[in-house]
Design a protein around this ligand. Structure first.
Ligand SMILES: N[C@@H](CCC(=O)N[C@@H](CS)C(=O)NCC(=O)O)C(=O)O
Length: 306
């Protein structure tokens, strides 16, 4: 059973229906939006993440209310959001006043609470194999952070000393369970050795090779011919890494073909990409220029295979 949170903020308890605190370009939120789409729930109106006016708290039948927490504007590093999510990350879901955190738990909750595509197999063996793949993806989320910050976001994502102090002060009241404080300290001061980034890239590479060979038996999706929560987790890693210029097709062809199958699904097209196309295009263009210059993520991935 997903954990029921008791937030310090009064906002979640005031919300009716389904509300998602998310960011369009964040893989952890994208996987939940994919799951919502698979459950037949589409994006409804947009509200400010902390709005509790009588109109803003209303739910919408068959839809989820979108509460964007901008990672660019640093909405997630505000006291208002830290009281909703003590780790200061997206996503967070509220259903009829109850708050759910952690994308894996949120998807598990949605799978039990709504119809549509079943995302967690019921047969014991397949279920356990599926959840192992999800756990592996969860652990490797940190590697995605290191790789995308280093090769994708660059200086744009660095925090000024004042912002880091503010983050540390908020974390003292919350839990900082995702290690944002130490990550941003190291990242913003340029003190993380290059070998750490390369090691995270190598961990992702090894996991992708493993999935690539598993897909060699001709199955349509990661666990079987049916889409599952594992596809939701892993496909968002590929989406993000393609944006950073990772040559997925050249190194992991089965994985790339699988990704295309997931990408074509209406849930991916509408709920994941719906408002993400411009950002996706900008990142891919930047990566394309780097590739032409022989820089960026591609040579780093090629070097791993050499
Ligand atoms: N284990 C969490 C991870 C959430 C997470 O790390 N979210 C990222 C976006 S993918 C975030 O909000 N990062 C904030 C930042 O990097 O400043 C989950 O799966 O829900």
């Amino acid at each position: 059973m997903p954990k029921i949170e008791q937030p310090a903020s009064p906002i979640p308890a005031a919300l009716q229906g389904l509300h998602l605190f998310h960011f369009d370009g964040a893989p952890c939120a994208q996987r939940v939006r994919f799951a919502l789409g698979e459950k037949g729930l589409s994006r409804g109106r947009e509200e400010k993440f902390d709005s509790v006016t009588p109109a803003a708290v209303k739910g919408e039948p068959g839809r989820w209310v979108s509460r964007v927490v901008s990672l660019v504007k640093k909405d997630h590093m505000t006291a208002a959001y830290a009281q909703i999510h003590p780790n200061m990350v997206v996503p967070a879901l509220v259903h009829e006043g109850t708050l759910y955190l952690e994308s894996m738990d949120i998807i598990e909750y949605l799978d039990n609470a709504f119809g549509g595509t079943p995302l967690i197999p019921t047969a014991a063996e397949l279920r356990s194999a599926t959840m192992q793949r999800v756990e592996q993806a969860k652990v490797l989320h940190r590697s995605i952070r290191y790789v995308t910050f280093h090769w994708g976001l660059g200086r744009l994502a660095m925090l000024k000393p004042r912002e880091r102090q503010h983050l540390a002060a908020l974390a003292e009241q919350g839990s900082d369970g995702e290690g944002l404080v130490s990550f941003y300290d190291g990242y913003s001061t340029g003190t993380i050795p290059d070998s750490v980034y390369t090691d995270h890239l190598a961990q992702l590479y090894a996991a992708f090779q493993d999935l690539n060979s598993q897909l060699g038996d001709g199955r349509k999706f990661l666990m079987s011919d049916d889409v599952t929560i594992a596809d939701a987790f892993w496909s968002m890693k590929i989406l993000r890494l393609l944006e950073c210029g990772y040559p997925v097709e050249a190194h992991h062809p089965n994985l790339y073909a699988w990704y295309q199958r997931v990408y074509q699904r209406p849930s991916f097209q509408h709920e994941v990409m719906g408002r993400n196309r411009l950002t996706n295009c900008l990142f891919r263009s930047k990566a394309g220029i780097e590739r032409l210059l022989g820089k960026g993520l591609k040579p780093a991935v090629d070097a791993l295979a050499a």
